[in-house]
Design a protein around this ligand. Structure first.
Ligand SMILES: [Mg+2]
Length: 237
């Protein structure tokens, strides 16, 4: 894939799994919450997981999925407090800071665009100190739609004007890349290594990278050609 940074003004970046290690979120929802829930109700961990995973699944692709207040009320647990108990697991992926510095150095508009709830955002920005690298930090909860909804990107454009054909989006969700593609966002990059504890999964449709260092051109140029890592036919541009 060829990338010419002269053709890009705006960079939209997802948070969980893209800039930050998804291991924190996986561990939190799939282990820490069930363990606490099991203790509270005197049931086994396996029973708690079965009940909770079904509940989580029922809210996939909606804003409830990431709404801490929704889950606190539904599960009878203080979800923000539980997050703080394991916040030592919040971690920035390798080469993210280098990439953000490259973008700032070249005057790109850089926005964090996430489905994460305001309380999660606050915790993660405090732990990672990434906040100052962005022009704006936008939670889908403030726009009233998740990124999985194709209407999301139009609503985002009302808040932060951007030209879709001069915009790059980095995401670990193929669903969100697909809705962005429908809206006409031109440069779509899939992050295949969303969790440090899980194997990389390349996208069959979008160009996949493991680390953002792949998008930093050699010094003195703004153009780069990124070699395809596995399946040449999967190129989308
Ligand atoms: Mg993500």
């Amino acid at each position: 894939m060829k990338l010419d940074w002269n053709e890009i003004d705006t960079v939209l970046l997802d948070m969980d799994g893209t800039l930050l290690d998804r291991h924190f979120d996986d561990h939190f929802w799939l282990e820490h919450v069930p363990k606490t829930f099991a203790g509270k109700h005197g049931i086994t961990l396996a029973e708690a997981k079965e009940r909770l995973y079904r509940l989580f699944k029922s809210q996939e692709n909606t804003l409830n999925w990431t709404d801490l207040d929704y889950w606190s009320a539904h599960l009878g647990l203080d979800i923000p407090l539980l997050k703080r108990e394991v916040d030592h697991l919040i971690a920035v992926h390798p080469f993210v800071v280098e990439f953000l510095l490259f973008l700032r150095h070249h005057g790109k508009d850089v926005h964090l665009v996430t489905n994460a709830h305001g309380k999660t955002l606050k915790l993660k920005m405090r732990s990672t100190r990434l906040g100052s690298y962005f022009n704006e930090i936008i939670s889908a909860h403030d726009l009233g739609l998740p990124k999985e909804d194709p209407a999301f990107w139009g609503r985002l454009q009302e808040k932060i004007p951007f030209a879709p054909d001069r915009t790059l989006l980095g995401e670990d969700s193929e669903t969100n890349l697909s809705t962005a593609a429908l809206f006409g966002i031109r440069h779509l990059i899939h992050v295949s290594r969303s969790s440090s504890k899980e194997p990389e999964i390349d996208s069959p449709r979008f160009f996949s990278i493991d680390f953002f260092s792949r998008l930093i051109p050699p010094a003195g140029t703004m153009k780069l050609e990124i070699p395809c890592r596995s399946v040449p036919s999967r190129r989308n541009s």
